[in-house]
Design a protein around this ligand. Sequence first.
Ligand SMILES: *Cc1c(COP(=O)(O)O)cnc(C)c1O
Length: 382
Amino acid sequence: MNVRPELPPIPFIDLAAQRRRLKPAVDVAVAKVLDHCQFVMGPEVRAFEAELAAFCGAKHVVTCASGTDALVLPLRAFGIGPGDAVICPSFTFCATAEVAVLVGATPVFVDVDPATFNIDARGIAGAVEAAKAAGLTPKAVIPVDLFGLAADHGAIAAAAAAHGLKIIDDAAQGFGAIYNNRRIGTFGHVTSTSFFPAKPLGCYGDGGAVMTDDAEIADLMRSIRVHGSGSDRYDNVRIGLASRLDTIQAAVLIEKLKIFPDEIEARNRVARRYAEALGDVTVVPTVPSGSTSVWAQYTIRLKAGTRDAFAAALKADGVPTAIYYPIPLHKQQAYKQFPVGKGGVANSEKLAAEVISLPMHPYLDEPMQGRIIDSVRRALKQ
Ligand SMILES: *Cc1c(COP(=O)(O)O)cnc(C)c1O
């Protein structure tokens, strides 16, 4: 069937729909910042940090310039650097491993569980072993709440404690999700998130935040985000960064946080419709009991070798798809020299060949999702 010309195009993520919903409130909030002119560390930044802390239950929130910096700040605060190993999954966005290299440490890759796409905590011991064999000191693990689903934080905490590792939860995609009836933000020693526009909680540019219950680490990160400042900005007690969340972005985020719970609900409605309509023809994502997902991506698994034809068939129907992630990090040019944990990363390789993500956002209405579902079913029956 050809796309009928009168049908609206299907966006992969529809930022414009949310913009229409929030336009009056955001325009007023941004205009206020333009008027008070405190563009850096203005009152909205502090207000947003307090609201984010209340939302996720963390004691301290330190906002910063990006999700990547939100991982660099805790690594620096923990004093992780040359000679140290940072364990992370191979099946993730590159920033998870990039930050280890940025602070001079070495990423060591561990495999993921194919059912959840998240780090398999059973691989952490083997990664520690590989790190030591390479002459490194294992210092931290960065689990990722991939595609919006909370990682298995109980098992990760146990493995990390057994090896004396700090846990930095990379919640760039999973912020807002729940594990064991608690919201992401208080698992591990710190939790990092990104406000890149396409993330479940995004702003209108770059931004990030780190959450922690540890007052000392929070203070260190506050210092590092402003050039390592001490008692005042011209007292430099350590090497830092220039990594602040713009006041305008904080003003936008205050408005977005208000509708975030409602958007999470909407994403879950979309995910349920997909699961009901596609569960008999493809491998749909599963959510372990006690956990929730905020569905940063809705990722299905196809038989290896069929993905290109599947994507082309959907494209012909006007349905966009995306592949997160086509190459696991241990196979990337920039990362292939780094160690892989004992036990290997076979699932990461398998998933990279099988996964494909369907349009997912809170404003995906039933008629439009119906078109996507029909197209997927047709393509899989060919
Ligand atoms: C997006 C993302 C980041 C980095 O966030 P930026 O704000 O783009 O720097 C880190 N980790 C994961 C898993 C991500 O998806």
